[in-house]
Design a protein around this ligand. Structure first.
Ligand SMILES: [Zn+2]
Length: 167
C-alpha cells in the first residue's frame, strides 16, 4: 500500500516537473540564436520557485499538451477561467504573460481597495469630529474589511470552481 502510494507520488512529481519546464523550453526555442546572457534573466524568472513554472503559480494555471495556457485560476473570483472565454490583462513579469486576475476581477479588486481606503479615511475623520464613537471603530472597520474582501461574481457567470480537465 505504502509503496503504491509512493510510486504514484513520484509519477505525479515527474509529470508536473516536465510540464513546469515547458515555458522554459518555449523561451529557449524562441531565442535559439541569442546568447545565454541575453535570456538568462527571463529563464531565471521562469524557473524561480516563487514565480516560475515549477512554483505556486503552476498550480493556478492549466496548460494543454502544447504547453499553451488554457485556464487561469482567477485570484479575484477564485474560479478557473478559460483564457479564451474570459479576458485577462497582459503582465510581462508573470510566467504566463498574463495577469493572475481576469480584467473584470482586476477592476472590482481595484475599486474595492480604493473604496476601503476612502471608507477608512472617512471613519477616522468621523471619529475625530465626534460623529462616530471610538467604541464603534471595531465594528465599522470589520464592515469595511468585509466589503473589501467580498467577491463580486462575473456578470457572465463564466468560470468553474473545479479545475477543468486538460483539453
Ligand atoms: Zn476572474
Amino acid at each position: 500500500m505504502q509503496s503504491v502510494l509512493l510510486t504514484n507520488n513520484i509519477g505525479k512529481y515527474t509529470m508536473s516537473t516536465k510540464k513546469a519546464f515547458v515555458p522554459l523550453i518555449e523561451l529557449l526555442e524562441a531565442n535559439k540564436d541569442k546568447k545565454v546572457s541575453e535570456i538568462l534573466d527571463q529563464a531565471k524568472a521562469l524557473t524561480d520557485a516563487k514565480t516560475g513554472g515549477g512554483g505556486r503559480s503552476a498550480d493556478n494555471v492549466l496548460r494543454n499538451d502544447k504547453g499553451e495556457v488554457t485556464h487561469i485560476f482567477c485570484y479575484y473570483h477564485k474560479m478557473w477561467e478559460s483564457v479564451t472565454d474570459v479576458e485577462f490583462g497582459k503582465k510581462a513579469s508573470s510566467p504566463t504573460g498574463l495577469s493572475n486576475m481576469c480584467k473584470e476581477g482586476t477592476a472590482s479588486w481595484t475599486k474595492q481597495q480604493r473604496d476601503a481606503k476612502t471608507a477608512r479615511d472617512k471613519l477616522l475623520k468621523d471619529v475625530a469630529a465626534g460623529e462616530v464613537k471610538p467604541s464603534e471603530i471595531g465594528t465599522r472597520t470589520e464592515e469595511i474589511e468585509k466589503a473589501r474582501q467580498e467577491i463580486i461574481p462575473r456578470k457572465d457567470k463564466k468560470g468553474t470552481k473545479n479545475k477543468p480537465k486538460t483539453a
